[in-house]
Design a protein around this ligand. Structure first.
Ligand SMILES: [Zn+2]
Length: 172
């Protein structure tokens, strides 16, 4: 950019750092030797952070960590690696950015996580549903997915394949 003082000299960036969220602070120096002034510019990234539309219409920032926390609880002691959990979140995030511009309904995120997890681990899938139902305030998208959870549960119970220690019926 041109120096705003002499309006002739090109400037170079001598320092660059992110100051606040989405704002980059740059220290610049005029290359015109008769000027040579230093000044600071602030660059704001125009992209608006993705917001999640909750069931009640309120908006909250999209947060990978919330999805990750839920998935980790669901996959506790299950044969699902941290790498796989990362892949699920990456896939969900990529889908969201492809399908939506600035706002995504919470329902969409929930459905994507559920569909991906169902293909990977049935037990983790059912647990994920339970985890989010317990912590509605964390992400209440699950509320909207309750019918889907019930469907998955009844399908599971219907198969009679209750094998594995995780699903062993409790002794009286
Ligand atoms: Zn200058």
């Amino acid at each position: 950019m041109l120096c705003p003082y002499c309006r002739t000299g090109e400037t170079k960036v001598i320092d660059s750092r992110a100051s606040e969220d989405y704002i980059i602070r740059r220290r610049r120096e005029c290359l015109n030797q008769r000027c040579g002034r230093r000044f600071t510019t602030y660059e704001e990234i125009e992209e608006v952070p993705l917001k999640v539309i909750k069931k009640d219409g309120t908006r909250v920032p999209f947060d990978r960590k919330k999805i990750q926390a839920g998935l980790e609880k669901a996959c506790y002691k299950r044969p699902v690696s941290a790498g796989t959990i990362d892949l699920i979140i990456n896939q969900v995030e990529a889908d969201v950015h492809r399908e939506f511009d600035r706002e995504v309904p919470s329902r969409y995120i929930g459905e994507r996580v559920f569909n991906l997890l169902r293909e990977i681990d049935q037990v983790a899938f059912v647990r994920f549903a339970s985890v989010y139902r317990e912590f509605k305030d964390v992400n209440d998208f699950v509320e909207e997915l309750t019918p889907m959870i019930r469907e998955a549960r009844s399908r599971k119970e219907g198969t009679g394949s209750r094998s594995g220690d995780e699903l062993e019926p409790r002794k009286p």
